[in-house]
Design a protein around this ligand. Structure first.
Ligand code: FE2
Length: 451
């Protein structure tokens, strides 16, 4: 949080005061302090090791399970005190004000959940066998109030502390909304562990949290490993893209845009999420084989000899050779190898036709040609989007898969297309921007008839 507005400070102050007043009112008599202390320690441990899901924005910890168990075991005031233990978490990052707000937010949402549990007929204390299934309804209500109060209070402070003109921090646009909905749903799912913990307490006492939280910690560790792995994938793909674009300057940004166009088509046709991710990588790396083509051939301005043309045509195979050992690329490899095949069988490197061409390659071909046509080249300016669409339609059924041309046009109308910046090059680099674009269907590579 930077410098806060008066409204934001009033909001934070109100949340803190309300939480403090509700807890101070008690009652404290009959409170099982040993449970409060034990569950509070669990919250501190959980908060100290919260898993960061997205840099600078969101964290996930298993503390909500301990807070909801305390709703059942020690009631609203005890649950609020357990929630307030987040203040003692050792996690680095939050400022003092953020820590104060988080403490009040968790205390208030735990208190409200405790009140909801009682209002819905829940009995505070160790649940017995007879408590089931009657306890499930009140607990579900308490969990819902806990999650809604948490996310509501947090959204409020994010909205009030967002930079002007940027919208609410962490919840910008439809992606932010989607992320928030996923977080609410996942929190509701994790809430069930709170009831499990309370129920197990009757049987195994203080070992209950261990039995419940150990699997949660393992799951969290796996999530963190997955996030690290994703970062490594992105770095690998990014480095290869950078290498291609350094060698072939005029296509700078092309890989990113082909990736974007391919994802637009993939989503439009309802492709599964993991395949959409794979085609994103395929778009980024589709021309990685240029690294295996002599630079003088890539940069040649005039007609190509047959040998030079053959060298260009080899780039999909070279690409496959370069990245085939990268395990996570999986189906993307087929896209990289066949992105210059044509529906009529006159493409390269294999001359596959129709459905023989892998689906990824047919998708990439459309996005690849479209981006080439709408980018500035030394031998022509960037074509307007409507002209590029006309060109795609013209070659639909011969060069491109008609279904994917239709899907791309539909997605384009809805989402638009970023205007690529014209390459700005130094005189020394001029040769690199005068070469023909092998992806341009309007200016196919020319081969001289004889030497
Ligand atoms: Fe290519």
């Amino acid at each position: 949080m930077g410098k806060l507005s008066r409204v934001a400070l009033i909001y934070i102050g109100a949340v803190v005061v309300i939480a403090a007043v509700l807890v101070a009112r008690g009652p404290f008599t009959g409170l099982s302090w040993q449970y409060v202390v034990f569950l509070g320690i669990l919250v501190i441990v959980s908060e100290s090791r919260a898993t960061q899901l997205r840099k600078g924005q969101l964290t996930w910890s298993s503390s909500s399970a301990a807070m909801l168990a305390s709703v059942v075991l020690v009631g609203p005031v005890g649950a609020a005190i357990v929630g307030a233990c987040t203040a003692l978490g050792l996690r680095r990052g939050p400022s003092v004000l953020q820590r104060v707000f988080n403490t009040a937010m968790y205390a208030l949402s735990a208190y409200l959940a405790g009140r909801a549990f009682i209002a819905l007929g829940g009995q505070v204390g160790l649940p017995s066998e007879k408590s089931f299934p009657g306890i499930i309804g009140p607990f579900a209500g308490a969990a819902l109030i806990h999650v809604v109060a948490n996310h509501g209070l947090l959204s409020g402070v994010l909205w009030l502390t967002a930079d002007p003109g940027q919208g609410p921090a962490g919840a910008r646009g439809s992606q932010g909304v989607g992320l928030s909905v996923r977080l609410v749903l996942s929190d509701l799912g994790y809430a069930a562990y709170g009831l499990l913990m309370a129920a197990l307490w009757t049987v195994v006492g203080f070992f209950a949290p261990l039995l419940v939280l150990i699997p949660l910690f393992v799951a969290r560790w796996a999530v963190a490993q997955f996030a690290e792995q994703q970062k490594a994938y992105e770095a690998t793909v990014g480095a290869l893209c950078q290498a291609v674009e350094t060698k072939d300057f005029y296509t700078r940004g092309h890989s990113d845009r082909v990736s974007r166009g391919s994802v637009m088509i993939a989503r439009e046709i309802g492709m599964r999420g993991d395949r959409v991710e794979a085609i994103r990588y395929a778009g980024m790396l589709h021309d990685v084989g240029k690294l295996g083509v002599p630079t003088k051939v890539l940069q040649k301005t005039g007609k190509l000899t047959e040998e030079e043309y053959a060298a260009i045509q080899l780039h999909p195979m070279r690409g496959l050779d370069i990245v085939r050992e990268i395990g996570f690329l999986d189906e993307a490899l087929a896209g990289i190898m066949h992105h210059h095949e044509r529906i009529d069988g006159r493409g390269y490197p294999m001359g596959l036709a129709g459905d023989e061409i892998p689906e990824f390659a047919r998708v990439l071909a459309v996005a690849d040609a479209f981006d080439s046509m709408t980018s500035t080249r030394s031998y022509r300016g960037a074509r307007p989007v409507h002209q590029a669409i006309e060109e795609l339609r013209k070659w639909s059924g011969t060069q491109f898969d008609p279904a994917f041309v239709d899907a791309f046009v539909a997605a384009l109308k809805r989402e638009g297309w970023p205007r690529p910046e014209a390459p700005v090059v130094a005189a020394d680099d001029l040769a690199t921007v005068t070469a023909q674009d092998h992806d341009d269907p309007g200016a196919p590579l020319r081969v001289i008839d004889s030497l």
